[in-house]
Design a protein around this ligand. Structure first.
Ligand code: ADP
Ligand code: ADP
Ligand code: MG
Length: 472
C-alpha cells in the first residue's frame, strides 16, 4: 500500500483527498502558492510546501512537483481535478521518477483527453457518438462543408477542451464563419492546442454521465449515473444521482455502455463517461474524463463507495473492493456547487473576506469545502467555494432537504449562487424532474429573485400594513 501522497492541487478537492489519506493511514503532503498560504488544505495536510510566488505556475510545474514528491519521500501523487489531472506528460513524468500517478496511464489520458481520438475509439468499440467530424477540421471550408452535411445547428469544439470552455453553438454558416477563428484562439490560449472539430448539436439534451471504477487486474464496474443537466454556459451547477429522468431499463443500459467504453480503452482508475440523451431517448457518447470529478460526491452518497479511496487502492495495484452486483443504490443525492459569484450581476466573481461561515448539518447533509470564517478568497482560482450535498430516499424529500440545507448554510461577506439554487428548487419543472441543459436559459426570471417579491410575501406585507393602520 502507498505510504505518503503529494496532492498536486488546492481547494476543496485537496481537502477531500487529505481526508481519504487520513482514513487510510497515508501521510499527506500539500502544496501552496504564496496566495494560498492561508488556505485550508495547507492547514489540514500532514506537511505543506510553498511552490512559489506565482498564483498558478507552481501548481502547473510538472517537473518541480515530481521532484518535490521524490524529495519529500512520497510514493504517489494525486492530481485532483483541473490543473495537471488530465496531463499525460505529468503521468509520464511521475512514472519515470518511480512515483505512482493516481489516475489512468499516460496513454489513456492522452487518448481520451483528445476528444477526436476519444470519438474514434468509441466508434471502433460500437458506442453511439454524436454525428460529426471524423478528424480535427483542416480549415473553415472543411468546417462549412461538414456542417452542411450534418445540418445546423452544430457545435464547434476545442479538441482538448474542458471545464465547459472552448465550445460554441453555430446555428448557420454565418455563425460558423464568425466563431471558427474565435474558438481556435480560445483553444490555443486555454488549452495550448488549436485543434477543433464539429458535432451535431443535440437539441435540449440531458447530460447523463456514468461513474466508472477499474483496477489493474481487469475488473471494471460502474456506480450508476449522474444527471448534470442543470448548467449555465456548459458549466455544471447542480448535479443529481441517480438521474430522476431515467427509467430502470435506461439506467442499466447506460451503465453497461459506460463499462464497455472503459474496457474498450483498457481504462484503469476512476473515470467518467459523459453522454447526451436526446428527446427521443437516444444516448450519444460525448467525452470521457480521466480523473475524479467535482460531482463524485453524490455517487459516493447513494452507493456508499469511497471513490477517492478506491482510486488510491487501484493505483497501488490492489483490486476493487466491490463487484458490480455488490453495488447497491439508495435514494437520491443532489450536489450544489456554491460559487463565489453574484447571480444577479451576470454571475460576476465575488471575491474577498468571508466574514462568517458555518456549514449546514443534520441528517443527509454533507459539505465539502475549503473555507472558514475570516478566510480571504484569492481572485486567481476557481470560484467554487463549497459543495453542499444532500440525500434522501425520495425525490420529493431530497428537494426539501436541499432547501433546508441551503437555508442552513451561513456564508457572509460575499455573494454566492445559493439564492439562485433556492429558486431552481422551487421551480415546477425541477420538482417534476423534467429539465434539460436549456433549463437555466429558459427561465431567466429565476435569477431576478429578490427584485420580484412573491405574491404570498407581498400579500402578507400588505395585510400587516393594513393591520397596523387600522389597529386590527
Ligand atoms: P467536472 O468535469 O468534474 O464536472 P468541471 O468541468 O467543472 O468539472 O471541471 C472542474 C475543474 O477542472 C474546473 O476548474 C475546470 O476549469 C477544470 N478543467 C476541466 N477540464 C479542463 C481542461 N481540459 N483544461 C483546463 N482545466 C480544466
Ligand atoms: P467539457 O469538456 O468542457 O466538459 P463537453 O464536451 O463535456 O465539454 O460539453 C459540455 C457541455 O456542453 C455538455 O454538458 C452539454 O451541455 C453541452 N454540449 C456539448 N456537446 C453538445 C452537443 N453536441 N449538443 C448539445 N449540447 C452539447
Ligand atoms: Mg464534459
Amino acid at each position: 500500500m502507498l505510504r505518503k501522497i503529494l496532492i498536486a492541487n488546492r481547494g476543496e478537492i485537496a481537502v477531500r483527498i487529505i481526508r481519504a489519506c487520513a482514513e487510510m493511514g497515508i501521510r499527506s503532503v500539500a502544496i501552496y502558492s504564496e496566495a494560498d498560504r492561508f488556505a485550508l488544505h495547507v492547514k489540514k495536510a500532514d506537511e505543506s510546501y510553498c511552490i512559489g510566488s506565482e498564483p498558478l505556475a507552481g501548481y502547473l510545474n510538472v517537473y518541480a512537483l515530481v521532484d518535490l514528491a521524490a524529495q519529500t519521500g512520497c510514493d504517489a501523487i494525486h492530481p485532483g481535478y483541473g490543473f495537471l489531472s488530465e496531463n499525460a506528460g505529468f503521468a509520464r513524468a511521475c512514472k519515470e521518477k518511480g512515483i505512482v500517478f493516481i489516475g489512468p496511464n499516460a496513454e489513456v489520458i492522452q487518448r481520451m483527453g483528445d476528444k477526436t481520438e476519444a470519438r474514434k475509439a468509441m466508434i471502433a468499440a460500437g458506442i453511439p457518438v454524436t454525428p460529426g467530424s471524423e478528424d480535427n477540421l483542416e480549415n473553415v471550408e472543411a468546417a462549412l462543408a461538414l456542417a452542411e452535411k450534418i445540418g445546423y445547428p452544430v457545435m464547434l469544439k476545442a479538441t482538448s477542451g474542458g471545464g465547459g470552455r472552448g465550445i460554441r453553438r453555430c446555428d448557420s454558416a454565418e455563425e460558423l464563419l464568425k466563431n471558427y477563428e474565435r474558438v481556435i484562439s480560445e483553444a490555443t490560449k486555454a488549452f495550448g492546442s488549436a485543434d477543433v472539430f464539429l458535432e451535431k448539436c443535440i437539441l435540449n439534451p440531458k447530460h447523463i454521465e456514468v461513474q466508472i471504477l477499474a483496477d489493474q487486474l481487469g475488473n471494471t464496474i460502474h456506480l450508476y449515473e449522474r444527471d448534470c443537466s442543470i448548467q449555465r454556459r456548459n458549466q455544471k451547477l447542480i448535479e443529481i444521482a441517480p438521474s430522476p429522468q431515467l427509467d430502470e431499463a435506461q439506467r442499466q443500459y447506460i451503465g453497461g455502455l459506460a463499462v464497455l467504453a472503459a474496457k474498450a480503452v483498457n481504462y484503469t482508475s476512476a473515470g467518467t463517461v459523459e453522454f447526451l440523451l436526446d428527446d427521443k431517448g437516444r444516448f450519444y457518447f460525448m467525452e470521457m474524463n480521466t480523473r475524479v470529478q467535482v460531482e463524485h460526491t453524490i455517487t459516493e452518497t447513494i452507493t456508499g463507495v469511497d471513490i477517492v479511496e478506491e482510486q488510491i487502492r487501484v493505483a497501488a495495484g490492489l483490486p476493487l473492493m466491490f463487484k458490480q452486483e455488490e453495488i447497491v443504490r439508495r435514494g437520491y443525492a443532489i450536489q450544489f456547487r456554491v460559487n463565489a459569484e453574484d447571480p444577479q450581476n451576470s454571475f460576476l466573481p465575488s471575491f474577498g473576506r468571508i466574514t462568517r461561515y458555518y456549514a449546514p448539518g443534520g441528517p443527509g447533509v454533507r459539505t465539502d469545502a475549503a473555507i472558514y470564517t475570516g478566510y480571504v478568497i484569492p481572485p486567481y482560482y476557481d470560484s467554487m467555494l463549497a459543495k453542499v450535498i444532500v440525500s434522501a430516499l425520495t425525490w420529493e424529500d431530497v428537494i426539501k432537504r436541499g432547501e433546508r440545507a441551503l437555508r442552513d448554510t451561513g456564508l457572509f461577506g460575499i455573494k454566492t449562487t445559493i439564492p439562485y439554487y433556492l429558486e431552481i428548487l422551487r421551480h415546477p419543472d425541477f420538482r417534476a424532474a423534467s429539465f434539460n441543459t436549456g433549463f437555466v436559459e429558459k427561465y431567466p426570471e429565476l435569477i431576478n429573485y429578490s427584485n420580484k417579491p412573491r405574491p404570498e410575501v407581498l400579500a402578507s406585507v400588505i395585510a400587516a400594513v393594513i393591520a397596523a393602520h387600522t389597529g386590527m
